[in-house]
Write a protein that binds this ligand. Structure first.
Ligand SMILES: [Cu+2]
Length: 444
């Protein structure tokens, strides 16, 4: 265990180091195969299990019994026990985040990553959260949904002084409830959240059997406005965001959720974008079991296949994985499953265009003219496949390849992979589903 722990802490240092060396970041972050590969894509390091549930490395030492959450393309923050208090260190700082292979973004986040690492603790724990500000401006952290003393609520100017650059502040409180919560600044919120300052805060029930599931996943919805060809989000954008992400990753760069047939699965989703997202899952009806206000009583739950998650809300839903296959999980606003696009894309459906793009490019070489295709948008994917030149650091609008061809998605889209032979506790990607003969839609 000691070795694992050391490895993990080493990983933290590596993350911070890689963020500091931004010119080399592309190389260091490309140590993975994409969805096109046979194995899962790994965001930052090679060993998926170590990234997926680092909390398992520190759980036994505390004698606490909980099933750690798996943060998509993320990790949980290690802590130290100090005289009965769980002590966590959060460093607010500029970071470089790869959104998918081919695009990195200058974000703000915590401990080398954006969103910040997931904080996991247990109901009844006394926690100490030491926040160090390495951002260029003051900040605070608000612990969204947690019941705590007013002076720990993290609202700059109201419940505490702002944390100036270079300063560290201590938050200390007892966790009086279990459930799914978030953390984010309550200081220059518009800028700091638009830059990616956010994270999840999971409090496990004191009684391990309460609300028990076999696999527990979490991620945040985050949106950005990164103009094609640039690297830094525009924080003054109010509605016209062009990057829609799960944990600041976009398809095909988002981890799939890999489960075993028979598993009870929980997916916890927090929304810190500026609009609502109807999150839809294929193949299995689910029930919302938890919000950032607490657990939903069993007799108050009803089945859904889409749950609308409002701004500043958390919804956790559960289902028993009974149906084998690769099931889509995505935002149902169809623009939110697309990569960066101009909002003024001319509607050219039914219009003969021929060499129009070429002619405009000749006249205005620096202008990216990307009209909609004559027969719809699907030909965009073909153009991307043929190597249509995009501005640097810009992802295609529609991308991702499946076993049957292009998937034509680019934002809030990932997969729940349900397999009969997925070993217990194994979160690795089993590859594409092998459909039994006669169970795939066929050409007449
Ligand atoms: Cu959406």
């Amino acid at each position: 265990m000691g070795n694992n722990r050391r490895d993990f802490l080493g990983l933290g240092a590596a993350l911070i180091a890689s963020a500091a060396l931004s010119p080399n970041l592309k190389a260091s972050e490309h140590n993975h195969t994409g969805h096109e590969g046979t194995k899962r894509q790994i965001t930052l390091v090679k060993n998926p299990k170590r990234v997926l549930s680092p909390a398992t490395l520190i759980t036994p030492k505390e004698g606490k019994n909980y099933n750690p959450v798996v943060t998509l393309n993320g990790w949980s923050l290690p802590y130290e026990m100090k005289e009965g208090v769980k002590e966590f260190h959060l460093i607010a700082e500029p970071v470089v985040r790869e959104f998918a292979p081919g695009m990195v973004v200058n974000c703000w986040g915590y401990n080398g990553t954006s969103p910040g690492p997931t904080i996991e603790a247990v109901e009844g724990d006394m926690v100490r959260l030491i926040v160090t500000n390495k951002l260029p401006e003051h900040t605070t952290i608000h612990w969204h949904g947690l019941i705590l003393p007013n002076g720990m609520d993290g609202v700059g100017g109201l419940t505490q002084p702002q944390i100036a650059p270079g300063e560290s502040y201590v938050y200390e409180f007892t966790l009086r409830q279990s459930g799914t919560f978030m953390y984010h600044p309550h200081a220059d919120e518009m800028v700091q959240m638009a830059m990616g300052c956010m994270g999840m805060f999971i409090v496990h029930p004191k009684a391990p059997k309460e609300h028990k599931v076999d696999r527990d996943f979490c991620f945040l919805l985050a949106s950005y406005d990164v103009a094609p060809g640039t690297y830094t989000p525009n924080p003054s954008t109010m509605t016209e965001f062009n990057i829609w992400s799960f944990n600041s990753r976009v398809f095909p760069g988002i981890d799939s959720m890999n489960v075993r047939v028979g598993d009870r699965v929980r997916i916890r989703v927090g929304n810190l974008t500026m609009t609502n997202h109807p999150i839809h899952m294929h193949g299995h009806p689910f029930e919302v079991t938890c919000t950032d206000g607490g657990w939903v009583p069993k007799n108050a739950r009803w089945p859904e296949v889409t749950i609308d998650i409002g701004v500043g809300q958390v919804r956790a839903f559960e289902f028993v994985a009974t149906e084998e296959g690769d099931w889509s999980l995505h935002c149902h606003k169809s623009h939110h499953t697309m990569g960066p696009m101009g909002h003024s894309v001319p509607n050219m459906i039914g219009v003969k265009q021929d060499d129009l793009t070429e002619k405009i490019s000749d006249l205005m070489p620096d202008y990216m003219y990307m009209p909609m295709g004559k027969n719809g948008m699907a030909e965009m994917q073909d153009m991307a496949e043929m190597g249509m030149k995009l501005p640097e650091n810009t992802l295609p609008m529609m991308t991702g390849r499946g076993p049957f061809g292009p998937i034509e998605m680019g934002g809030m889209f990932t997969l729940v992979k349900v397999r009969r032979n997925q070993p217990k506790g194994d979160y690795s990607d089993p590859g594409w589903y092998n459909h039994p003969v006669g169970t795939v839609a066929r050409k007449l």
